[in-house]
Unconditional design. Structure first.
Length: 154
């Protein structure tokens, strides 16, 4: 199913995309700059209220799983996480997506929107997209990398 990842703040968006697979507790965190070549940072706004399954605070209690299991797990757990996402998609509440606190930048809320429930025409692009591989976009990534003690490599 198509999905769209988003966040309410730029560092959260960077964290949940190009830094998503970086182990949080690794002593040598690295990200290849080439990974940003096709990534754009866009500012969007929904044209309607969205119904989101909350995966923070008491939301974990409601679904019967811990934050560690759903949010703080590493890349090798993604197949299991995809099953959780599918289960939350298939539940009778018909949520438009999921909402959680970003794993690497918990000052930000992260979102996953289900593409079969939120159509492109229901989202407005409210600012020009910014490529993350060059210019100001790369500067934002470098700032996040420094704060996250992660090395950018060519």
């Amino acid at each position: 199913m198509p999905t769209l990842y988003a966040a309410d703040r730029t560092p959260g968006a960077i964290s949940e995309t190009v830094f998503h697979d970086v182990p949080v507790d690794s002593p040598q965190k690295r990200v290849r700059i080439a990974r940003f070549d096709t990534v754009l940072l866009s500012t969007i706004a929904p044209k309607r209220d969205l119904r989101l399954a909350r995966l923070h605070g008491r939301g974990f209690h409601r679904v019967g799983v811990s934050r560690a299991k759903l949010i703080e797990s590493e890349a090798d757990c993604y197949p299991q996480l995809a099953r959780w996402g599918q289960a939350l998609h298939d539940c009778p509440a018909n949520a438009d997506g999921l909402l959680w606190r970003s794993r690497q930048y918990d000052d930000s809320y992260a979102f996953l929107l289900f593409g079969d429930r939120v159509r492109r025409r229901e989202l407005d692009v409210v600012a020009p997209s910014l490529p993350l591989a060059i210019g100001r976009g790369l500067e934002l990534v470098a700032e996040f990398a420094e704060d996250a003690e992660t090395t950018l490599i060519a």
